[in-house]
Design a protein around this ligand. Structure first.
Ligand code: UD1
Length: 379
């Protein structure tokens, strides 16, 4: 009987959970090869728990670290002191981390200190600008420096890693597990509450078009988020009888406060609490247009064929821009308005973006990640 690989999967926020869920499932489907420990830092609490429930993941360890309005240095310190005893007690062969959050950065350094092999899922995304997105660009570069296996979603990401001197033998192009998760979730029936919301907003069974918005990035705190809200208000007024803007608002108070101040009470704007992953996907499917600064939605929207305006100055998802489903518009209210207007008014411009091909994978990323771990064991 060969020795099983002991794998610790560590994550902390909603998007990490979405993308790690297919990987955890694929590992657990091979109990003859893997022993899996799932550890959540719970850098997010409510937003993480929603996703754990949807994908039926019960963490083996829950560090429950989130504090209201947490600051990055203190969060990082709590992850170090909370996670270290977990890793030293379990002594995994591999530590799997995903993406670019503070949880990922801290876990990567800990793995290095404790000489545990590190597999980085969603490796090689870069804007090459240390401040955008902040702090994610540096978090993922740190993970990239210590990783022993880099699971790059696309060839473009692989090239970024090669340019940084990462040996080709330790890069595996897998696709993004976000697409695996999306495939799993779109097979499920529409949640009744989401259908109710769509009916109530005049979209299902009505004539209105859905403009879906999400925004939460740290570099958009302050004036940029206020500018985004100003553009949304103008858009809502200009298309008073034609669109409903639905905006699930991230729980971060730096986002909650300005969004509610500026947009509360506008007739055709619905401000919602953060949505579960399943209803969010359902809304994305019905959207005519998405405005977002999120990373994951930039991957999901091309897969669902929804034109997406990216509310950031830079993106690490260049593939979606090149394919034509994403357009980088920044946070200037006038530009946001003009770009949205074009997509709402010009069916040809809309169709050109909607018809672009999804560059983020075929939904089999998790299988490739698991196969690469097994191959590394044999090598
Ligand atoms: C984090 C990640 C970001 C990721 C985003 C996804 C970092 C530095 N940032 O940003 O990369 O795109 O998650 O959402 O790791 N809050 C709650 N309940 C929750 C979640 C958040 O109340 O379930 C509030 C808390 O007040 C918390 C604040 O949001 O202090 C900020 O959370 P934090 O994880 O520090 O940063 P995000 O902005 O969510």
């Amino acid at each position: 009987m060969e020795n099983k690989l002991r794998v610790s999967v560590v994550f902390g926020t909603r998007p990490e959970a979405v993308k790690m869920a297919p990987v955890i499932k694929a590992l657990k489907e091979r109990p003859e090869h893997f022993e899996v420990q799932v550890c959540v830092t719970a850098q997010h609490r409510e937003m993480l728990d929603q996703v754990l429930q949807v994908f039926e993941i019960t963490p083996d360890v829950d560090l429950d670290l989130m504090l209201p309005d947490q600051q990055l240095p203190q969060l990082t310190a709590r992850i170090f002191t909370g996670l270290d005893p977990v890793l030293t007690a379990y002594r995994p062969d591999w530590l799997l981390i995903q993406g670019d959050t503070t949880t990922v950065m801290a876990a990567a350094i800990l793995g290095f200190y404790r000489q545990i092999k590190i597999g980085h899922v969603e490796a090689g995304l870069r804007t090459h600008d240390k401040w955008q997105p902040f702090p994610e660009e540096i978090n993922r570069r740190i993970a990239g420096v210590v990783a022993d296996l880099h699971f790059a979603p696309t060839q473009y990401n692989r090239q970024n890693l090669l340019r940084e001197g990462v040996p080709d033998e330790i890069i595996v192009v897998t696709g993004n597990p976000a697409i695996d998760a999306l495939h799993q979730i779109t097979r499920q029936p529409a949640p009744p509450a989401a259908d109710e919301l769509l009916k109530d907003a005049g979209i299902l069974g009505g004539t209105r078009r859905l403009v879906l918005v999400t925004a939460h990035r740290r570099e958009n705190f302050g004036q940029p988020i206020r500018d985004i809200c100003t553009a949304l208000k103008q858009l809502a007024h200009a298309y008073r009888d034609e669109i409903t803007i639905v905006y699930p608002v991230h729980l971060n108070p730096n986002i909650q406060d300005p969004v509610h101040q500026i947009l509360e009470g506008v007739d055709n704007i619905r401000l919602l609490p953060p949505l579960d992953y399943l209803p969010l996907v359902h809304l994305m499917k019905h959207a005519s247009l998405i405005l977002t600064d999120s990373g994951g939605i930039q991957e999901e929207a091309p897969s669902l064929g929804v034109p997406t305006l990216v509310l950031r100055e830079r993106t690490e998802r260049q593939e979606g821009i090149a394919a034509g489903t994403l357009k980088l518009v920044g946070t200037d209210p006038e530009i946001i308005f003009i770009e949205a207007q074009q997509l709402l008014d010009d069916p040809a411009a809309h169709a050109a973006m909607a018809g672009a091909v999804n560059p983020y994978g075929d939904g089999h990323a998790a299988e490739r990640i698991v196969a690469a771990l097994l191959a590394a064991k044999k090598a």
